[in-house]
Design a protein around this ligand. Sequence first.
Ligand code: PEP
Ligand code: MG
Length: 571
Amino acid sequence: MKQERIIHGVVASVGTAIGKAVRTFDPLFVSFNFKLRPDQVRKEIERFRASVEKSREQLKRMQSELKRNSGPESSFLIDAHLLVLQDRLFVDRIIEKIESDYINAEWAIQQVSDDLFQAYDRLSDEYLRERRGDLDDIVRRLLHNLQSKPLPSFKKLPYEAILVGKLVPPSTLFGLRSKRIVGLATETGSPLSHTAIMARSLEIPAVVGAAELSEVSSGDLLIVDGERGVVIWAPSEETLAQYKNRDRDGKKLKKKSGAFASAPSVTEDSVQISLGANINFSEEVRSAVAHGCQFIGLYRTEFDFFRQGKQPDEESLVADYSLVLKSAKGAPLTFRTIDVGIDQKSWDGVNMNLGVRGLRFCLENKDLFKKQLRSVYRASVHGPTRLLLPFVSSVDDLDSAHAVIAEVQAELSARRQAYDPHVPIGVMIETPAAAQTCDLMASRVDFFCLGTNDLIQYYLVIDRSDQSVVHLYNPFHPAILRCLQQVYSLLRPTGKPVTVCGEMAADPPSAAVLLGLGFTSLSVSLPAYLRIKRLIRSVSMAQLKDLAAQILKMHKPKEVEEKVRATVYRK
Ligand code: PEP
Ligand code: MG
């Protein structure tokens, strides 16, 4: 019998799943290369065009199904694939290759896509680099269709399945979704990938970047723990029972969620907690309102900003932001200005997390920054708007940002364009420097957001995107607890509100720690919203304060975690 083993990865989609592994092997394509006679070229091009057409039809079908079942949020992912099929750099080059080199379509596809793959690999922007998966996906589809092979069907799976692969492309996940696909675990990939986005919108728990999964075979029993970012291979009876209970609770909670949306976020001892939502795409705002969210504590604008692969113009940004604000239906919406550089390495391998990131990037790219600020301000007449600056590490950073904001306001006034001059301005506390000096920043801002994702990365010196150290990333580390306690005591006398919007707020045990330390405003991703509301309603603040006092004396993250879990899950 196999021994239980914990494989560490990164959370891509929250929730837990128990099932048997189903490996999605890369289909074996015989990309044979043969020379065509001149009279065969036209036919070969027709064969290629037919496969493009067939692929387009399949994707369109998939897109309308996706729109019907999951709403428009995720159907745009298919747009990326459809765009590849329209891309002249891709389709026309393949045709040219067939014509000029007298080669078969498979070989032409292989050659053109190999060039493009190399170009993708050279990109320094991780988000754009992740788009390589879209091209990979479309290449497989074209090759399948050229050889008239049906895409693999998992419809007949005899059990609840967890898809396991080196990298499962988004359309494979969508194509293979069936009631029986309950989880996803990949050896590579990041939570920024389209596959991760797709998993989240299909609400399939997923863990990515779990390299040791390469040893797992189809049929092995797995638990995907999308709370802790681990996959448990061959779980023991005890672990299995524990997760089954949790799973049952989760399902019950889901059923009751409709009624729950309107329940107040208040602890057992009547302490009111503000609970907001984090969104990454404008479309999510409707869902946030439907969940009963009181406010949008974090809108990571960079995903939408770079969605088209190029900078949007000001008018379309104003239109997008106005629509988002109208859809928020009066819930205050926090626009975080562009934060690029997360999880990125530059072309020469420099870790951008320590480089020109967030506000630093915006101050160096003033035109882009001003365009975004103008757009937010112009849209602000449509609903309560808040502006949040990421990756701030000094009062000087803040003063520079304020100077740009003042310029933007002056420009708008000169142009007689309407805007709300009182948009609250906030700062993310996510660098050690900001954590140490937030009290010095207080007089310059209206509110704070605590970004524990980065704070933990910088405090514990653990690169968020580096798979080899990701298991050391630990919110229960005494250094983090002390840091949070310090931030709380520095901010308290200033009276400035603070919302915790890092993932620490989205996981019940670490959220309980935050509450115990005094933070009474949390903002979490939508799939975690009801879970955290349930936590809030099931705990007493007095008990959590007592818990905080106890864990602050502990020496090791493990001890802290065990103590917290025992309290939260009342073991
Ligand atoms: C954070 O750092 O905690 C945060 C919320 O921002 P992001 O995850 O986008 O870096
Ligand atoms: Mg951050």
